[in-house]
Design a binder for this molecule. Structure first.
Ligand code: TYD
Ligand code: MG
Length: 456
């Protein structure tokens, strides 16, 4: 007896999968968004149940394989290589996700400009790509541009040229369609879950078959709720997130999944007139000067394994609105609110009648709790209308006899702040202190935010 194909239901809005149909998605609350998918359509290849080993095409003994059978090549962009581990793996599929306008197309255009490849333009015209290539000063002869929304057309080109392209960029997955998606669900408009899944599935097959590394661009919104990247994470080999504040020029490339390397490295870029420029470690200094300012505090955060010095600025000012304003840019809203509450309780700042604005210079987004103490310090300094200064009675780094003669010109605050106002050490303290010392600053050691009072 033939077994019926397994069916499942996928929410077109959030991408969650269910075994039963329902009128409303229990995960995101969207009505009428569940679509049926026959999961057998997504099986890679039908493995024939054959007991003869040699007749099963996809079966191979690892003993017969060479040790280093993964073929890796450099992207010629060292920050990119560093994030990927060693470089780009042949036949791999990389999901390149980020908010619209963050610079995904720019960076991937630069990547193709470095090593040559096929750029599939689903959003822009070939002429727009041409303009960008020339504006970025890249070599046009390294580009083959395919203007299409059809996965079948991409397949045709990739199979026909078999392995000519070291890399293929598909910009973006949300603009691609494939007829195979129609077979598995009726509501399969461009950008729907069905189309995205089926298109990605086909691209993965093409990458494995031809050996080209495929970079799939996927847009995400701030809430991360767009059907797309989340849906594909488990299918692809590597997931990269390109992040940054749009009004700032710093961009961080993070890896959240990597079948071929570690996931703790980040790449740092700066968006400039001529595209994205790699930033070296010693250039990541986002502080605007060495003199101490009211409402400002310097901290060193860890981005992956590298320390990065940033300035936090706060403005605490009396509020005349019934609900005081809270604006946090570059730090998590909830974290910001929590620190404001701790400031009120432990430092006695009357936050209930104060508007609070906090921002991080350079427009980067911090998710390192080591920056808590500096946020607190900036709030305190703004509220007291005095700059934070080194006080000889407060213990700090750089006070060993060897360094006594050396003048330190400022302080650095590092530490996680607990609900009770205690200051806790965070990972990478040594690296952070070294970074601070490099610019002649001392890391201050305090155990409670109460001691901030000694720095004013
Ligand atoms: P883009 O790569 O198109 O973003 P995405 O593909 O992620 O949607 O980048 C868009 C922004 O980048 C745009 O607002 C202008 C800016 N930009 C520069 O500042 N310099 C440049 O050289 C380029 C090409 C873009
Ligand atoms: Mg784009």
């Amino acid at each position: 007896m033939k077994k019926a194909a397994e069916t499942m239901f996928v929410c077109n809005s959030c991408g969650n999968e269910f075994s039963k149909w329902a009128g409303q998605c229990t995960a995101c609350g969207e009505w009428n968004s569940l679509k049926e998918i026959k999961s057998s359509n997504f099986k890679l290849q039908s493995t024939k149940r054959n007991t003869e080993k040699k007749e099963v095409k996809n079966l191979s003994s690892l003993g017969e394989k060479k040790e280093e059978s993964i073929n890796i090549f450099s992207s010629n962009i060292s920050e990119f290589d560093r994030v990927l581990g060693k470089g780009i793996v042949r036949g791999s599929v990389v999901l390149f996700a980020g908010e619209p306008g963050i610079g995904k197309s720019t960076l991937l255009t630069q990547l193709v400009g470095e090593i040559g490849g096929l750029y599939v333009a689903g959003e822009e015209s070939a002429e727009q790509i041409n303009l960008r290539v020339r504006r970025l000063g890249l070599k046009p002869e390294r580009f083959d541009v395919l203007e299409t929304n059809s996965i079948e057309e991409i397949g045709e080109v990739m199979e026909r040229t078999n392995n000519v392209f070291k890399i293929v960029v598909v910009d973006s997955i949300q603009t691609m369609t494939t007829p195979t998606a129609d077979a598995v669900g009726r509501a399969s408009g461009i950008g729907s879950v069905n189309q995205i899944k089926a298109s990605a599935f086909e691209l993965i097959r093409l990458a494995k078959k031809t050996g080209s590394a495929v970079f799939i661009v996927g847009h995400v919104t701030k809430e991360g709720d767009i059907a797309g990247p989340k849906l594909l994470e488990h299918m692809v080999d590597t997931v990269l997130y390109f992040e940054g504040e749009k009004n700032g020029d710093l961009r961080i490339l993070r890896v959240s999944k990597n079948r071929f390397g570690p996931t703790d490295e980040v790449g740092v870029f700066k968006m400039e007139e001529k595209g994205l420029r790699e930033i070296k470690s010693d250039e990541i200094n986002l502080i605007s000067g060495n003199e101490e300012k009211i409402g400002s505090a310097i901290t060193v955060v860890m981005e992956g394994t590298r320390p990065m010095m940033v300035e936090i600025q706060a403005l605490v000012t009396e509020s005349f609105a019934p609900m005081p304003t809270r604006v946090f840019s570059g730090i998590d809203n909830n974290r910001g609110r929590l620190l404001v509450a701790v400031a009120q309780k432990v430092l006695g700042m009357p936050m209930y009648k104060q508007d609070v604005y906090v921002s991080v210079t350079g427009g980067i987004r911090l998710d390192d709790t080591g920056s808590d103490l500096a946020i607190m310090g900036a709030l305190w300094s703004s509220y007291k209308e005095k700059p934070l200064v080194l006080n000889p009675s407060v213990p700090r780094s750089g006070t060993s006899p060897l360094e006594k003669g050396r003048q330190t010109s400022g302080l650095v605050l590092v530490g996680e702040v607990s609900l009770l106002g205690e200051v806790k050490k965070v990972r990478g303290m040594e690296k952070r202190e070294k970074e601070a010392k490099g610019v002649g600053r001392s890391t201050v050691y305090i155990n409670s935010i109460r001691e901030l009072k000694n720095l004013i």
